[in-house]
Design a protein around this ligand. Structure first.
Ligand code: 6CS
Ligand code: FE
Length: 298
């Protein structure tokens, strides 16, 4: 029997905008946790919430140091978790940082972070993915517009929209160095993409995304409705965003790196299944299949 796909994409059909079928905030715990009612309301409406000064300067500095050290310890061994910029030697991303570093292992269990995510998702959570995006000075390339959920559904078998991403600034995000841009309200639509997923797509997509890219007329429509927001701010600020919020970022030709830590929490009630592409699952360092909940209050 073929499995019903609530969010078809890259199935050879035409690009289209479909309605979201899942709640953005699960009401069961939405009043219990560190987020205020207006914060929850903004997250539900816009698909993201910015919290300035979430980590203090000392905490952020130690995370920044660990982030600069990480590629040196891993790059020599040609670890697959280290992704390089297209056509260059600069490190673009390092994946599974909570597995290779005790500092980041501790970071993912930060209780006020986990509690905020649990408040939104209404259940216990586990870490689906973690990475640092370095967006290096002069050579950091763009991240084209995409919904993370579209990839996680098609390539990792994430069944429903019930995951939250955390982007933590390790460096100042200014208007110049390719800050994260989000489209408010876009999370309420599922953008089904054209084409089919090539085998081992991640070997290319993590450097430059070609597949799972929304059609331009649909992007135009989303931006006409919601506009574009680029939260700017000093190191230590955090953006919580829904797994289906349309986002991207420009390249960085400035002398200032725009590094950020990216952590994805998925509901334990939304554990990964077989990828909807029908292909082999992506490796564990990109999409974890260890669904052990993070202990609350760690
Ligand atoms: O393929 C992925 O899972 C990742 N790719 C992008 C461009 N963003 C989210 C996610 O980290
Ligand atoms: Fe993304």
């Amino acid at each position: 029997m073929t499995r019903h796909d609530p969010y078809p994409s890259r199935t050879g059909g035409r690009a289209q905008m479909l309605p979201r079928k899942d709640p953005v905030v699960c009401s069961t715990r939405s009043s219990e946790g560190p987020l205020s009612p207006s914060g929850i309301e903004a997250f539900e409406r816009d698909g993201f919430l910015v919290i300035d000064g979430f980590f203090d300067p000392a905490e952020t500095r130690s995370l920044q140091q660990e982030a600069s050290r990480l590629p040196e310890t891993l790059a020599d061994s040609r670890a697959p978790e280290v992704i390089f910029e297209p056509g260059g030697g600069a490190v673009r991303s390092v994946f599974a940082i909570h597995r290779s570093s005790t500092t980041f292992a501790k970071l993912v269990t930060t209780s006020r972070l986990v509690e905020a995510v649990m408040q939104i998702l209404g259940s216990e959570v586990y870490v689906h993915q973690s990475r640092i995006n370095y967006k290096p000075a002069f050579r950091g390339r763009e991240f084209y517009w995409h919904s993370d959920f579209e990839t996680w559904h098609v390539e990792d078998g994430m069944p429903r929209m019930r995951a939250v991403s955390v982007s933590l600034n390790l460096r100042e995000n200014s208007a110049h160095n390719g800050p994260l841009m989000l489209v408010p309200g876009s999370h309420k639509h599922y953008i089904s993409c054209e084409g089919h997923t090539p085998e081992r797509n991640y070997e290319k997509s993590l450097r430059e995304q070609v597949c799972g890219v929304p059609e331009m007329s649909i992007l135009e429509d989303l931006v006409e409705r919601g506009g574009i927001v680029a939260p700017l701010g000093p190191p230590g600020s955090v953006v919580l965003f829904d797994c289906n919020t349309m986002h991207g970022s420009n390249g960085n030709i400035t002398p200032w790196p725009r590094s950020n830590v990216f952590l994805v929490y998925n509901s334990v009630e939304n554990a990964l299944e077989a990828p909807y592409s029908g292909q082999q699952p992506r490796p564990e360092y990109i999409a974890s299949r260890d669904f052990t909940p993070i202990p609350a209050g760690a």
